[in-house]
Design a protein around this ligand. Structure first.
Ligand SMILES: C[S@@+](CC[C@H](N)C(=O)[O-])C[C@H]1O[C@@H](n2cnc3c(N)ncnc32)[C@H](O)[C@@H]1O
Length: 251
């Protein structure tokens, strides 16, 4: 096939992917075309991955997928739960700037001292100290009511998952918004358990492997409201991502 054929066929290939694009959780399996053995080399050095010298803790496939989603969604509000070093939020701000998308970005962490000083100095991102066990204290319903749509909510703290997604569901997520729950891939928690000091991160290590199960149970109760966007979810093979069955669009 020539490059000319590739360009011509791209449109025809995209169209079938758009049919049946949005899928209920009951039609999805907790498995991936990326095998377990691929994850150690993809994850072992993940804290060496940086953006402008700041740790960017997004998966390699998300780094390719999220910009496409941003461009399509044109979000006006992004909320990231779990800021770490701030690299993810600054990366999102840069991509949005490049696309000319004017969005407000909020990035929350229980320990805001982890955020790099260069990131904190970037006025495009609002870094907020807050505990996702008390998410209502970070974003009151009144505050959320002021945030313009479309929203993109990215849960990336691995704590109190069901209450967090339920909170945004009950306080403003509306048709057309996206909700992404990171790190629902069961394989990657096995890799992290080998690499991390599991004593220090005990709660995260215990809860992490349950994320997919917890999300699935929650989605079963909201089966028609939140559908998996298989166009992005399966771009690199079935659940070819750190995030299994968790790129969700609200209907
Ligand atoms: C996986 S990292 C986030 C990575 C970041 N989103 C990125 O893309 O670079 C998870 C973060 O969640 C934070 N975290 C842990 N427990 C939390 C809680 N109860 N509330 C808010 N943040 C929490 C941790 O401090 C850590 O910085």
């Amino acid at each position: 096939m020539s490059y000319q054929d590739i360009v011509k066929q791209a449109k025809h290939k995209q169209e079938p992917m758009q049919e049946n694009r949005f899928v209920k959780i009951s039609e999805r399996e907790d498995k991936s075309d990326i095998p377990f053995l691929a994850w150690p080399p993809l994850l072992n050095n993940s804290y060496l991955q940086t953006w402008k010298g700041i740790i960017l803790n997004k998966g390699v496939t998300e780094i390719a997928l999220y910009p496409m989603l941003f461009y399509e969604l044109q979000p006006k509000t992004i909320i990231e739960i779990g800021a770490l070093n701030g690299g993810g939020a600054i990366w999102m701000a840069d991509i949005l700037n490049m696309f000319g998308i004017d969005a407000s970005i909020y990035s929350v962490d229980i320990d805001i001292s982890l955020v790099d000083e260069k990131a904190k100095a970037d006025s495009r991102v609002h870094f907020l100290q807050g505990d996702c066990n008390k998410i209502g204290e970070v974003f009151s319903p009144e505050t959320l009511a002021q945030f313009p749509h479309p929203w993109l909510i990215i849960e990336d703290a691995h704590v109190n998952l069901v209450a967090v997604v339920d909170y945004f569901h009950n306080n403003g997520l509306k048709t057309g918004d996206y909700l992404i729950v990171e790190d629902t891939n069961k394989y990657m928690w096995e890799v992290w358990a080998d690499n991390w000091d599991s004593q220090e991160n005990q709660e995260e290590m215990e809860k992490g492997p349950q994320k997919m199960d917890e999300l699935r149970s929650w989605l079963q109760n909201h089966e028609k409201e939140y559908l998996i966007d298989s166009y992005y979810q399966d771009m690199y093979g079935y659940n070819g991502s750190k995030n299994w069955n968790s790129i969700l669009k609200k209907f």
